[in-house]
Design a protein around this ligand. Sequence first.
Ligand code: SAM
Length: 298
Amino acid sequence: MSSIKSPERIIPTEEKNVTEKRTLYLVGTPIGNLSDISERALKVLSEVDFIAAEDTRASGKLLAYYGIKKPLISYFEHNKRERGEVIVSRIIETGEACALITDAGMPAISDPGEDIVRLCAERGVRVSVVPGPCAAVSALAMSGLFTGKFVFEGFLPTGKGERREALDALKDEKRTVIFYEAPHKLRRTLDDLLAAFGDRKISLCRELTKINEEVIRTTIAEAVSYYAEREPRGEYVLIMEGASKEELLSRAFWADMSIEEHVEHYAAEGMSKNDAIKATARDRGVAKSEIYNAVMIK
Ligand code: SAM
């Protein structure tokens, strides 16, 4: 028996064009260029009963540009608990449809949208997504770095201890890492990345889709010197390459051991000679026979 109580209905494609009542719509909006908005996003924004916006002034400009007039309610970091309740109650009690838009890009990605989605899930309110631009994915796509596997870190914590913990946890991460950063914190972040990861490749993607869009494909140390001479400006996404095989190997506990010492290490832990050889071969990424020959043929 499945423990899923009320799976959300799968909506056939043709029905997706009907803006339904009693629903919270997560509507992706431009990350800079006002033209980056879908036909469906404009339709939903025109048809819902009200719009919850992170920054009502900025969103007011977007809506005015497209001639959309709707009651706006603010929903942001510092009122999200109380306002989330108000929005969700309105959807439940009056059956209204609400669209959530955040400052830029996809709601719920590094912004308070995630809290209201959770609240909707708890209260059984339907959530529907109208996908749009996302700064992280846009930056990754143009970074020139490996995109096959990646992790999204969003903003690094600002507190020293938490920040160190977050960076330490990423030390052995092989996948490409994505960070969000504000211009006034960029220098500190680059310094911290250099101290934590050494001089890896990094792409600094700034002002995406805007007039000053720029991608600086460089290394962390070069980025540090580059910004020592100029003021960081605009919004940034940092795409950093993951740990290389060589880097991981150089940090392995056995990096300074000979093959014999490596096998001995496992044997001293209670492994049979055969298992110790197997474990050593696995660590070093070589064939078991290679280790066997090195240890036995002496
Ligand atoms: N929910 C949004 C998304 O995922 O697209 C992100 C919201 S987060 C509060 C804002 C951060 O996204 C900025 O500090 C910056 O790191 C990044 N960002 C947003 N717009 C950007 C742009 N045009 N160019 C580069 N980075 C951008």
